[in-house]
Design a protein around this ligand. Sequence first.
Ligand code: SF4
Length: 353
Amino acid sequence: MKTKEVKIGNVVIGGGRPILIQSMTNTDTKDVRGTVAQIRALEEAGCEIIRCAVPDAESAAALKKIKDSISIPLVADIHFDAQAAIAAIENGADKIRINPGNIGGKEKIAAVVNAAKAAHIPIRVGANAGSLSRDILQKHDGPTAGALIESVLENIRTLERMKFDDIVVSIKSSNVSVCVEAYREIAKLVDYPLHLGVTEAGTYHMAVIKSAIAMGALILDGIGDTLRVSVTGDPVQEVYAARDILKSCGARKSGVEIISCPTCGRCTIDIEKIADSIERFTQNIKMPLKIAVMGCAVNGPGEAREADIGIAGGRGEGLLFAHGEIIKKVDEFDILPELRRMILELAKERNEE
Ligand code: SF4
C-alpha cells in the first residue's frame, strides 16, 4: 500500500519504496565506542536504519559522536523524558521514537514536536500491547487489535493537532494474530509509513517464527515500509532474519538464498555440514545469488534448476552444476573449497557487470 514519503537522514521510506531493515543496539548508548562497533557490525549485516535507547541526557549527548562515526540514519528511542528527546534532536538524531502518553503532558509534547519541526525530522509514534493505558485496556477488555488502534490513533491525533504530520507509525503486540489484525486495520485508516514488528518476540527461534508469520502476511498484503525482527540476543541476528523474511516474500532481492534438500536415504555425503558452511560463508554477500546444496544427482540439479550454482551429492563425490546443468564431478573433500571458489568467482563477475 502506498504510504506518504518520510525522510530519515539520508534515506526516504514510504511511497512504495523498498522496505528497509531496522535494528536496535543493545549496548549502553553512553558507551560510544561499543555502540559504534555494534552499529558497524549491524550495517555490515545489512541494517539500514539504527535505533538507540536514550534514557537520559548523557545518552542524548553521546548521539553526536555516534552519528559522526556511522553512515546509516540514527533514531533515538525515548520514554518519559521530554528533555532527553529535545537533547537527542539537538545532537543530530535523524528521527525520534516517542510515546506521547508518557512524555509528561501537553506542554512537554509540544516542546518535543516543535524541536522535531525545527530540525525537520520525523517522529515515530506507536502503540505497544505492553504499555496501553488502563482506560483503553478496560474499554477493550485487554490488549486487543482494537485497543492498539485506539491508542495509536490517539497518539497520531495528538501530533496532528500540533500541525505535525512527519509521522511514522508502529503498532506492536507479541501476539501474532493481534499484531497482523492491528496493522491491517491501521493501514486502512492512515497513510503514514508503517514500521513493522512483533514486540517481545522471544529468543532467536521463536522470534524468527513469530516475525516471519506476522511480517510475512503483512508484506505479502503490501503493508510495511520498515521492519525490525526483535530478538532477545545479538541484534546482528535480527538483521539476518529480517533480510531472509524480505527475501522469502520477494520484497527485496539482495543476499544469498540457499536451496538445500532435507536429505533422504539416497544421500551419502554430509549435506547438512556443506549447507551450514556455505550459509556462513555467504552471510555478508549482498548481491542476489541462489545456491543449491542437494543430496543426490537423481533429483538434485533438476530440483534446483533455478539456482545459479550448486552441488548434488554422489557416493564419495559431488556433481557441481550451474543453472541445472552438470559441470563437473569432484571428490567429496573438494566440494566445499570448489563451491567457495565458484561463489567468489560468480560474485566478482556480477560485481563487474
Ligand atoms: Fe533425497 Fe536426493 Fe531429494 Fe535430497 S535431492 S531429498 S537426497 S532425492
